[in-house]
Write a protein that binds this ligand. Sequence first.
Ligand code: FE
Ligand code: FE
Length: 197
Amino acid sequence: METKMKKAPAKRGKNEKTKTPVSISSRKTRAKKDAAKDLSDLFEDGLKDIYWAEKALVKALPKMHKNATDPKLKNAIESHLEETKGHVKRLEACFKAMKKKAEAKKCDAMQGLLDEGKGIMEETKPGPVRDAGIIAASQKIEHYEIATYGTLAAYAKILKEKDCLKELLATLKEEKNCNDLLSKIADTNLNAKALIQ
Ligand code: FE
Ligand code: FE
C-alpha cells in the first residue's frame, strides 16, 4: 500500500498570530422601517444627530466652565460656548437651505462623551487635576465633532449642497481651532501643574 507523505504544516513566524475566523452565524443587522434610503437621507440624519449634540453642548459647557480653574481654560470654554451657539445656528441654516425642518435626534455618542466628562469632574477635586480631566473630556468631544463635520462636509460636496457645505466647513474650522487651543493649554500649562499636585 502506497503511503502518502503528509504535508508539513506551514511554519508560522514568531510574531504571526492565529487568525480568529469570523463567526459564520453572525448576521447582518436588520434595518429599521425608516432606514436611510440614500446618501441624502444619511446626510439629513447626520445633521439631526449633530444638531442634538450641539444643543446639548450649549447646556453642558457652562457646567465645565464653572468647574474649571485655570483662567486660560475658562476663557477657551467661554469662547467656544459662543461658537457652539453659532454652530446650532449654522445647522439651522443647513436645514433651511435644504428646505427641511430643523429637527434634533438624540446623539448617543455625544451623550456618552458628556457622561464621561461629568464622571471626570465627580472623580476629581477642583484644581489642576480636574482641569486636566476637563481638557481630556473636551478634546474627545472636539474630535467627535471634527469627525462628524468632516463626514457631513464630504456628503454635502457629493450631494452638491453648496450652502450647507459652506456652513459645515466654517464650523469644522472652529472645532479644529478649539482642539488645537486645548492641546496648547494642556501642553504649556496644565498637565505639568497636575503632575505636581
Ligand atoms: Fe460644535
Ligand atoms: Fe466644539
